[in-house]
Ligand binder design. Structure first.
Ligand SMILES: [Zn+2]
Length: 119
């Protein structure tokens, strides 16, 4: 039924604005306003009041936006935005080697397990 691969479904559902678009948003309020104008306020969670610019996501309450801004996905995103824009060459070099950020977490877990064994 539909897309059988869970990973593909997850990635599709989570798709948000591209990093270069968000960078333009951060640099230019006008650019961001143009993007927001493409959405109907009534359709947005919390009537579009609680927006995380970095993640290009709306939240329905201030509390959930605050929680989001403290969270890992947001911090990961901010870090990505601080890095230099990717060139096509870099993207090609990385393609196939790195799937997603989950890889880092899995490696960190493995390192922790190793430490527990040695102590
Ligand atoms: Zn965010």
């Amino acid at each position: 039924m539909g897309v059988g691969n869970k990973r593909t479904r997850t990635k599709t559902r989570n798709h948000i604005r591209d990093l270069d678009q968000v960078k333009a948003d951060l640099l230019s309020p006008k650019h961001l306003a143009q993007y927001k104008d493409t959405k109907l306020t009534e359709d947005l969670p919390g009537l579009g009041q609680w927006y995380c610019t970095e993640c290009a996501k709306w939240y329905d309450t201030e509390a959930s936006l605050v929680v989001h801004r403290k969270g890992k996905p947001h911090k990961r995103r901010v870090r990505q935005l601080r890095e230099e824009p990717w060139t096509q060459k870099e993207a090609e070099a990385v393609a196939g080697l790195v799937t997603d950020n989950e890889g880092h977490e899995r490696r960190a877990e493995a390192a922790d397990a190793e430490m527990e064994m040695t102590t």
